[in-house]
Ligand binder design. Structure first.
Ligand code: SF4
Length: 347
């Protein structure tokens, strides 16, 4: 059986670990380690290793019936009218995101990445919120403060943090749960972060920015970094969240909560989601399902079968990320090129 080998990244999170995907003629895939990948030197977490089990390809559908890709596109073309709302949180390439931006623009709309904190926080902070620091910088830090659980959320960070510890760094985890690699696990009143953490320019703060992140919390951490001179990195749950945010940054964005509220009050009737499953992403599944049920048209453009493809009026099934042409920008701000050539979602 013939095999195609794609040089790509894991779609699991914004670290965007490099990998090879070997795809056989029958569509089955195997993962191979890319030892020359600058981000992860060939290492993968459990999600990446088991990617073939985690990926279920989407099928093009109209009103629940399987259709050809071209028929789904034609039907969607008629359904996407002026006033439609567009979402792409960053699970696709920059090229596909920008193609959706062009479509949205032709309908007098923008593509929302759903990161409400960007709208609520002054623009001068956006570069720090968007692009992080090189992962190597974590290894040379003298003090690391975690506002995430790297084991659960960003497993390949664990290697970097352990390397830093070997180099003499101390690690403090701040939050509600114990992080076993931390030297110290603390619950601290945000008003006392500065005095209790005693950070300086050799320190690194690692936090997360996702569609549900409270902007006030982001501001507290940005101020902590500014006051102490520490570097700060906001990890994102979506592989190309940084690239898509950079592409959309000059446009007026709505948070996902705002979009759900506008669906509920009837001002949004048509929603187009590009590789963005709101049922999975948002914390209250019931509320999201109820809101999506009120739409006249829910159009989902995606490579992956998931909860939202079961409730969409139209599903346009694109190729998986590893086959797509284009670039992904990871949490460090590193542009990573995909070897795939598919332009399904772009054309
Ligand atoms: S750390 Fe993230 S990008 Fe890397 S293999 Fe795991 S899920 Fe994929």
């Amino acid at each position: 059986m013939n095999e195609n080998i794609f040089t790509t990244v894991c779609p699991g999170c914004s670290i965007a670990c490099g990998m090879y995907v070997r795809e056989k003629d029958d569509g089955t895939i195997n993962i191979d380690w890319r030892k020359d990948a600058i981000v992860n030197a060939g290492k993968l977490c459990r999600f990446g290793v088991r990617l073939s089990e985690n990926l279920k390809n989407a099928t093009s559908k109209v009103d629940g019936n399987e259709v050809e890709f071209s028929d789904a596109v034609t039907t969607a073309g008629k359904a996407i009218t002026d006033g439609a709302t567009f979402i792409s949180v960053g699970n696709t390439t920059c090229a596909e995101h920008v193609a959706l931006m062009k479509l949205a623009e032709s309908k007098g709309a923008v593509v929302n990445t759903g990161m409400g904190a960007f709208t609520a926080i002054p623009e001068e902070c956006h570069p720090t919120m968007g692009v992080g620091i090189p992962l190597d910088a974590i290894e040379s830090a003298k003090k690391i403060v975690l506002f995430i659980d790297p084991y659960e959320q960003y497993p390949l960070l664990v290697r970097r943090i352990l390397a830093a510890k070997k180099n003499g760094a101390t690690v403090t985890a701040v939050g509600w749960k114990t992080v076993s690699l931390a030297d110290d696990n603390k619950t601290i009143d945000p008003a006392n972060y500065e005095s209790e953490l005693a950070l300086d320019s050799n320190s690194v703060i690692i936090a997360e920015l996702n569609p549900s992140t409270d902007p006030e919390r982001v501001m507290v951490l940005l101020n902590l970094a500014k006051a102490s001179g520490a570097a700060i990195m906001f990890m994102k749950p979506f592989v190309n969240a940084v690239g898509c945010d950079l592409a959309s940054k000059k446009t007026e964005q709505k948070s996902l909560d705002q979009i759900i509220s506008e669906i509920n009050d009837g001002s949004i009737k048509t929603l187009v989601c590009l590789d963005s499953d709101l049922i999975e992403i948002m914390p209250d599944e019931t509320t999201v399902r109820e809101a999506l049920g009120k739409l006249d048209n829910l159009i989902v453009i995606t490579s992956r079968a998931s909860a939202i493809t079961n409730v969409a009026n139209i599903v346009i099934a694109t190729e998986p990320l590893y086959k797509k042409a284009g670039t992904i920008v990871n949490a460090e701000g590193r542009a990573l090129h995909n070897s795939g050539e598919s332009t399904d979602g772009i054309d």
